[in-house]
Design a protein around this ligand. Sequence first.
Ligand code: SAH
Length: 263
Amino acid sequence: APAVFTEAEFYQQNFNPQEYLKEYYSMSSSPEWAREFMMQNLRTLHKMFSLDGVRGDILIDVGCGPTIYQLLSACEHFQEIIALDYTEQNRRELEKWLKREPGAFDWEPVVKYVCELEGDREKWAEKQEKVRKKVKRVLKCDVTKANPTGPVSLPAGDCIVSTLCLEGACKDLPAFRSALRNISTLLKPGGHLVMVTVLGETYYAFNKQVYSCLLLEKHEVQEAVLAAGFELKFFEAQPYTVDDDVTDIKGVIGLVAQKCPSA
Ligand code: SAH
């Protein structure tokens, strides 16, 4: 494990989006465990975005990274998507795919898998276009700031999706708790938070670099979400381990929480 917390600036200096995508999101070149992990998360996202009430106008993706898998089930239920991430090269990589630029990552196998989950594998091209059309803005954010998108102010979202971001961005539990409060300011009262977070992990590595991860227990995540003014609607923890020293992950959580109407 890294001796120090790898903060947002470390991501900005070191994170290589193409290597990240190759390591974790490629149906052809990622290791078996990474593909399994992704498919499990896709199934959980599919389930969570099928829940009643998880819909509306604006969806905000917090810590989107260079990926779109987290938007594939989501895009069916929202009109407009705003994607946020700290790291410039990740936002750029995402835009490359959105604009069909040469060298963009090939998400096709992943899109097909999600379409299959939704009952019609043939809809994959249509879904890709839907995502491309609905993502209207890709902007910088910092979840450790009280106003994560400052100085830009966004329209309040009906939903936030955030996958595998906060546990990397927060150095300790108090920081995790305040990041949840920070991102909750992006949400309308009554809006939903859809989150995928790893459990029991202290580091992950790819491209010969090690990133720190906040070691989280199930009950800590649960309590932090409640303390940030949410009510839990869905909470599913699954064990997950990898027989390799690239990470010490123990499990993964999918959760849906609703921002209290008075919060
Ligand atoms: N959501 C993607 C990417 C996860 S990688 C996925 O599911 O694969 C973690 C992401 O968090 C990186 O893109 C990194 O740039 C971003 N990040 C790290 N610190 C952050 C911060 N303080 N604020 C916002 N994003 C941050």
